[in-house]
Design a protein around this ligand. Structure first.
Ligand code: SF4
Length: 210
């Protein structure tokens, strides 16, 4: 089915099944902590926009989605609106701007990472930062645990960790796709691995289409 069919009700299932690790991670952190910092809101919001969600959401609905998540942990609704009302979910606002498009893997990988922010601003600056590419940002232990939690087999875990050590993050992501979509051959057909989070998402949607 096409990406434009994604609705809010579908989001938890679609995230688990078809989001690349970067977007799945930010969605999981939003659900867990009820908050995403600016870079993650922008990265995740742009992605949600381009998979079709905002086409089905009014300005009020998209604000309500983020407000509902943010306020579950106790943030007062009026504080959310004061601090984030128009800035948090770029979902409805970005449609007016032609230059806004979801970021490519290259841009995500090369943009400032939580660890770079941390080194520039101090040891704790990265706390709570969840944007960026996990293949680039996670340490080896965190990556191994994440892959195991997502039921990636031992051989594929090893392959992915080898590619990460060699800084071939997009190839590692391609193998992650294959491991999560049994029988697909993304790496064989695309030696560069994943180029864009939307490519991952669209290939996954095609794979699971009836
Ligand atoms: Fe996301 Fe691209 Fe990194 Fe995969 S390689 S996790 S799609 S940024």
């Amino acid at each position: 089915r096409s990406g434009s069919a994604v609705s809010l009700a579908d989001l938890p299932t679609v995230s688990r099944r078809s989001f690349p690790l970067c977007m799945h991670n930010m969605h999981a952190k939003l659900l867990e902590t009820k908050h995403l910092k600016h870079s993650a809101r922008q990265q995740f919001g742009l992605f949600l926009k381009t998979i079709g969600l905002p086409k089905r959401l009014s300005c009020e609905e998209s604000t309500a989605f983020f407000r509902a998540e943010f306020t579950k942990k106790g943030m007062a609704a009026d504080k959310f609106m004061r601090d984030y009302g128009y800035g948090a979910p770029p979902l409805h606002r970005l449609g007016k701007r032609q230059d806004w498009s979801a970021m490519s893997c290259g841009k995500i990988i090369n943009s400032s990472t939580p660890s770079i922010v941390s080194s520039l601003l101090g040891a704790n600056a990265a706390a709570g930062e969840h944007h960026g590419c996990p293949f680039r940002n996670y340490d080896e232990g965190q990556m191994r645990a994440t892959l195991q939690q997502m039921q990636v087999g031992a051989q594929d875990v090893q392959y992915i960790l080898d590619k990460v050590r060699g800084q071939h993050y997009q190839v590692a992501c391609g193998k992650f796709f294959e491991a999560r979509h049994k029988g697909s051959t993304l790496i064989e057909t695309d030696l560069g691995g994943i180029n864009h989070p939307n490519q991952y998402f669209e290939e996954s949607q095609k794979f699971f289409a009836p």
